[in-house]
Design a protein around this ligand. Structure first.
Ligand code: FPP
Length: 250
C-alpha cells in the first residue's frame, strides 16, 4: 500500500530531514552487478527525494553521501564514487537552480580529490542564493570528526583569550559545528534494514525521531519519504518531559 502526499499534515512538517542512504551495494549484488551500479542507481533516489522534500516544503535535507570510514573501501569503489559524485553535482546544477535549491556540503572536504572539490564549490557558489531548501551533502564526514574539530577550535579560542571556559555551553559549542546555521534534524531516515547511526550527526540527532526501512536506497522513492513523514507525525516528541507536561503546556 503506498502513501499519498495528502496524508501528510503540512503544518507539522519536519523542517530538517537527515538520511543515511544505505544498501546500494546489496541492491546491485541482488542483480548480479558491480557495487558501483548500485551507487549509479542511488542517484535517481537522491533526485526523487530532493524533489519530493522541496515540493512538500522541507527546508533542510541532509544526505550522508560518503563517510570518513568510506575511505577504507577499495580504491576502485572510492574512485568510482568520487567521479559519480562530481559528475552528478555538475549535471544537477540546472535542476537545483530551477527548483530553487541551495547545495551545501559538510565534512573534511579538503580530503576530496581536487576535481571533486572544485565541482562541489562551483555548484555551491552557483546555487547560494536559492532559498526553497538547503540540500547538504555530507562528504568525508563523521560525527566524531566534526565534534573533535569543534573541540580543537574552541581550545584555540580559549588559548588565545577570545573565549572564556565559562562561556562554553551547548549553544556555544554548536556554533563550532559544520551545521551551525541549521536547525537539528527532527527526523532521521536510514534505509536497508540497518539500525545504527554509523557516526552520522552524533550531536545533532540527540532528540531526533528515527525511521528505519528495509528498502535499499535505490528503491527508496517519493512515497517512501511520505510514509516516513506520516510515521514521524504519529509520534509524540517529549524532549525528556512526560506526556502530561506536554498536555499542560497546550
Ligand atoms: C551506501 O550504500 C551508499 C554510499 C556509501 C554512497 C551513497 C552515494 C550515492 C547514493 C550516489 C550519489 C550521491 C549523491 C549525493 C549525488 P553501501 O555501498 O554501503 O551499500 P551496502 O551496505 O549494501 O554495501
Amino acid at each position: 500500500m503506498s502513501i499519498t502526499k495528502d496524508k501528510i499534515d503540512l503544518t507539522r512538517l519536519p523542517q530538517h530531514i537527515a538520511v543515511i542512504m544505505d544498501g546500494n551495494g546489496r541492491w546491485a549484488k541482488q542483480q548480479g552487478k558491480m557495487r558501483i551500479f548500485g551507487h549509479q542507481n542511488g542517484v535517481g533516489a537522491v533526485r526523487a527525494i530532493s524533489e519530493a522534500a522541496a515540493e512538500l516544503g522541507v527546508k533542510y535535507l541532509t544526505l550522508y553521501a560518503f563517510s570518513t570510514e568510506n575511505w577504507n573501501r577499495s580504491s576502485i569503489e572510492v574512485d568510482a564514487l568520487m567521479k559519480l559524485l562530481s559528475k552528478t553535482i555538475s549535471e544537477e546544477l540546472d535542476t537545483l537552480n530551477n527548483n530553487n535549491i541551495r547545495l551545501n556540503a559538510i565534512g573534511d572536504l579538503e580530503r576530496l580529490p581536487k576535481y571533486n572539490y572544485d565541482a562541489l564549490i562551483d555548484t555551491i557558489e552557483k546555487t547560494k542564493n536559492n532559498s526553497r531548501m538547503t540540500l547538504t551533502l555530507c562528504l568525508s564526514y563523521s560525527g566524531r570528526w566534526e565534534i573533535t574539530q569543534a573541540a580543537k577550535m574552541i581550545a584555540e579560542k580559549v588559548k588565545s583569550g577570545e573565549l572564556q571556559t565559562e562561556q562554553i555551553d551547548e549553544k556555544c559549542f554548536s556554533t563550532f559545528l559544520n551545521t551551525k546555521d541549521m536547525p537539528d534534524p527532527e527526523l532521521l531516515i536510514r534505509t536497508s534494514g540497518e539500525e545504527r547511526l554509523s557516526n552520522f550527526l552524533l550531536w545533532q540527532l540527540a532528540y531526533s525521531e528515527f525511521y528505519f526501512t528495509d528498502k535499499f536506497w535505490p528503491d527508496f522513492g517519493k512515497e517512501d519519504l511520505y510514509e516516513a513523514i506520516v510515521d514521524y507525525q504519529s509520534r509524540e516528541r517529549r524532549f525528556g518531559k512526560t506526556s502530561e507536561q506536554l498536555i499542560d503546556k497546550k
